[in-house]
Ligand binder design. Structure first.
Ligand code: ADP
Ligand code: ZN
Length: 642
């Protein structure tokens, strides 16, 4: 480190160029600095890294960071070097001489931070090497990998309990963005962190706008969404099938949105190249299966889109969490339809597991469906799934355009009684399509074949359109009035709850989904960033306390924040010029653009147009080293543009 500041706050300002700590950062840093253990649970983008990086800089010796994300180590180390921090990594991607060089720097006391993969750390040779040097702390990143029932379990993580025996006096800090209580408990036990202090943040991601709309033509809907709201932005589109990732990538590219497919069927090299391009270029869209996942920690992913229904809320939250790590406004957008539910139900029926396992999958799917069909705040629904109470957020589609509700009791009864009548023809399996054809009185080969024109509900539902009826089916499924058979045929049957509706014992209020024009309103959706939280919307104070970027924006007078009228308006041409300059710098140095400056920092520069190096240094994200490396170039660019 170039200087030796005395306090965490001074390091934050001088090295990282940030003004204030967020949430639990300061407390967690103090705990580790004093030699204690810590467990930090913070959502993606919450700022976990500083919790170990700053104590590592302030304590004598090297901070050792255990991470399973080998592919990312290079970038993490580059980013730290860009800040003037002496960092290195040891993993299997290196050649023997490269490793030897890092080991030498380590032994000579020239490393502030060392990143290692868990399997390497626990090798006897590594343990011997580390025993010869002073160690500032051990940071165990992605600590949920130790949870045996979790989805990212890594057996190597279990070995990490040995750190407590081998280095009993070195503080250990475990960090993760996985929120469940079970995982938290497993981390505490398996990593032997019984004496650790726990820092648990809210899992809310206030800068992400959640939107879910009915699917009719997904490719068109997706293209419109990106063009209207995220032209030129980097984003990830998730689809279930490999073939659809390829097709969608082609469609987007043809529509002028640069996009590449990513799935497990592509060869390793293509996948590596695509990931590298995604990290290194501005504005590339990757259309992927879930194979494109853990370790995508690009801070400026502006949207995550789902064109198929994810299997669980955990999965959905993890995917969407990749958007907006930098705290700038981002969108989580999804199009889903009845066929998704039918398809997922079929996956479950056909899956290999036992009944308990299948019941668990069904519960996951039902929770996902409830999120999709809720007429209340999506964020409230998501957070309550993770055991967190919150108020309506004002930054999701249902808050922004509350769906109108109508008394759908009669419609529901018509649909349910048709389902009952079809269910009597037990040898046959009829899906939602047949039900709707009957309600609308539409003759088809299948209706004629089964003489469905003679049913008493034939043609009694012409007051609703096809998509409207599909909406009714989805909502009745989400309410639990209807269920899909588990025999693999996706027959709709009426549950006990549904029978109550049929008998007139229960009224049904249904939502009218927002019309496409209501939904789209690009500028509106984009404008309602985090800045709108708080004022006018009763969203509780916790949102602010856990929304550090929010606080930062307010302090800096975030130029992108429509609510903050005191701030100078950003010059978007200038922002683009800065972005182009950044691309050039990043290429020349062979680092991702965000290693030069984050979008958030460029936005403030474009708005404030600093004239002196001192003005520039006052901007969040401009630390000593960045000022030294890029300061003059930025000022030159600004004065040339003036
Ligand atoms: P996590 O690991 O929790 O997902 P990171 O540590 O990558 O999050 O931090 C997310 C982003 O927020 C990074 O760009 C980081 O530089 C930035 N950040 C972290 N702490 C602060 C802070 N106190 N003030 C401003 N920006 C911060
Ligand atoms: Zn909301």
């Amino acid at each position: 480190m170039p200087t030796s500041p005395a306090t965490p706050l001074e390091v934050l300002r001088a090295v990282f160029g940030y003004h204030a700590f967020r949430g639990h950062q300061a407390a967690a840093i103090d705990q580790v600095l004093a030699g204690g253990d810590a467990i930090v649970l913070m959502p993606t983008g919450g700022g976990k890294s500083l919790c170990y990086q700053i104590p590592a800089l302030l304590r004598p010796g090297t901070g050792v960071v255990v991470s399973p994300l080998i592919a990312l180590m290079q970038d993490q180390v580059e980013a730290l070097r860009g800040l003037g921090i002496r960092a290195g990594f040891l993993n299997s991607t290196q050649s023997a001489p490269e490793r030897a060089e890092v080991e030498q720097a380590l032994v000579q006391g020239n490393l502030d931070l060392l990143y290692v993969a868990p399997e390497r750390l626990t090798l006897p040779a590594t343990v011997r090497l580390l025993s010869t040097i002073p160690i500032a702390l051990f940071a165990i990143d992605e600590a949920h990998c130790v949870a045996q029932w979790g989805h990212d379990f890594r057996p190597d993580y279990l070995q990490l309990s040995m750190l407590a025996d081998t280095w009993p006096t070195v503080p250990r800090i475990a960090l993760t963005a996985t929120a469940t209580a079970a995982t938290h408990r497993e981390i505490t036990e398996r990593l032997r962190l019984e004496n650790a202090q726990h820092f648990v943040s809210s899992f809310d991601r206030p800068n992400i706008t959640y939107r879910i709309e009915p699917k009719d033509s997904p490719a068109k809907q997706l293209t419109t969404f990106i063009k209207r709201e995220h032209a030129g932005d980097a984003g990830i589109v998730y689809a279930l099938a490999r073939a659809s990732t390829e097709k969608l990538a082609t469609t987007l590219t043809a529509a002028g949105i640069p996009a590449l497919p990513y799935h497990a069927g592509l060869d390793a090299r293509t996948r590596r190249d695509t990931q590298a391009r995604f990290l290194n270029e501005d504005g590339l869209v990757v259309v992927a299966t879930i194979a494109f996942g853990m370790g995508i920690d690009k801070p400026d992913v502006r949207f995550v889109a789902h064109v198929d229904l994810p299997r669980s809320i955990e999965g959905y939250y993890q995917d969407t969490g990749r958007a907006g790590r930098d705290g700038e406004p981002a969108t989580a957008w999804m199009a889903y339809g009845l066929n998704d539910v039918v398809q997922q139900r079929r996956f479950i029926v056909e899956s290999a597991g036992d009944e308990t396992y299948k019941r668990q999958l069904s519960a996951h799917l039902n929770a996902m469906l409830a999120l999709c069909e809720t007429v209340e705040c999506r964020r409230q629904n998501l957070l309550s799934y993770f055991g967190e109470a919150s108020a309506p957020c004002g930054n999701c589609d249902t808050c922004l355009n509350p769906p109108a509700s109508w008394d759908g009791t009669v419609a529901a009864q018509k649909l349910l009684s048709t389902a009952v009548r079809l269910d009597r023809e037990r040898r046959q399996h009829f899906g939602a399509g047949q039900l709707i054809d009957i309600l609308c009185g539409r003759e088809t080969v299948r209706t004629r074949q089964w003489n469905h024109q003679s049913l008493s509900t034939w043609g009694i539902g012409t007051e609703l359109t096809d998509p409207q009826w599909r909406g009714v089916v989805r909502q009745l499924l989400a309410r639990g009035d209807l269920a899909l058979s588990t025999d693999g045929h996706s027959t709709l049957w009426v549950t006990d709850l549904g029978w109550e509706v049929l008998r007139g014992g229960r009224a049904v209020y249904l939502a009218t989904p927002a019309t496409p024009s209501q939904r789209a309103g690009g500028s509106q959706a984009k404008g309602v960033g985090h800045g709108d939280h708080g004022e006018g919307v009763d969203c509780g104070d916790h949102r602010r306390s856990v929304s550090p970027s929010d606080q930062e924006k307010h302090r800096n007078g975030d130029p992108t924040d429509p609510g903050d009228t005191g701030a100078p308006a950003e010059d978007s041409e200038l922002f683009e010029a800065l972005r182009a300059w950044r691309t050039g710098e990043a290429r020349a140095r062979a680092v991702p653009p965000y290693v030069v400056f984050h979008d958030a920092t460029l936005h403030v520069i474009a708005a404030q147009q600093p004239v002196t190096l001192a003005d520039l240094a006052a901007i969040s994200g401009v630390g000593t080293k960045k000022l030294e490396t890029y300061g003059q170039a930025v000022l030159d660019l600004l004065s040339a543009a003036a």
